[in-house]
Design a protein around this ligand. Structure first.
Ligand SMILES: [Zn+2]
Length: 148
C-alpha cells in the first residue's frame, strides 16, 4: 500500500488590503472597531482600538524527558548470623529482651525468637533492630557469597 501525499500547499499571495480604506497594506495593523477586529493600514490604525500583540504564551521549560525517580536499591539480605548480632548488640547495650522489645515496640518473645533463630525478622523489624542497636542486619546479597 503506497500513499502518495498530494502537495496541496498553494501559496496564496493575497495582497492584504485595509479593511477600512481598501488600500494595500504593507504593515498589518489590527484594530478593534465596534467589537470587530479589522486588519487595517497604519493610517487607519488610529481609528480603532489598537490591539497589542498577544501576550506570549508561557512555554513550559522542559528539556528532554522528565527525570526518572526510580532508584535501584541493591538487593539486601538478612545476615545469616542475625541472631548472634542482635543478641550481642543487645547485651552490649545492657538491655534485656524485654527492654529491647519495649524500645522497638515489639513483644519480648519476638526478640527471644529472633535471638534463638526461631523467627526471621521481617524488613521492618530488622530495620528497627538495626536502628536501635546500631547494627547491620541487612547485607547486599552478593556480599554473602555463595558457599553452598
Ligand atoms: Zn486604511
Amino acid at each position: 500500500m503506497s500513499q502518495t501525499r498530494r502537495d496541496g500547499l498553494e501559496e496564496e499571495k493575497m495582497a492584504l488590503t485595509c479593511e477600512i480604506c481598501g488600500r494595500p497594506v504593507s504593515t498589518e495593523s489590527r484594530v478593534m472597531i465596534d467589537g470587530a477586529v479589522l486588519r487595517v493600514c497604519l493610517n487607519c490604525a488610529g481609528k480603532g482600538t489598537k490591539l497589542g500583540s498577544p501576550p506570549p504564551k508561557p512555554i513550559p521549560f522542559r528539556i528532554g524527558p522528565p527525570p526518572q525517580a526510580t532508584i535501584t536499591a541493591p538487593e539486601l539480605e538478612l545476615d545469616p548470623d542475625y541472631n548472634t548480632i542482635v543478641k550481642q548488640a543487645r547485651e552490649r547495650m545492657g538491655l534485656t529482651q524485654e527492654a529491647l522489645g519495649r524500645a522497638i515496640n515489639e513483644k519480648p518473645s519476638v526478640i527471644s525468637h529472633v535471638e534463638s533463630r526461631k523467627l526471621k525478622p521481617d524488613p521492618i523489624l530488622a530495620s528497627k533492630l538495626m536502628h536501635h542497636l546500631k547494627i547491620k542486619l541487612l547485607v547486599p546479597s552478593d556480599e554473602l557469597g555463595s558457599s553452598g
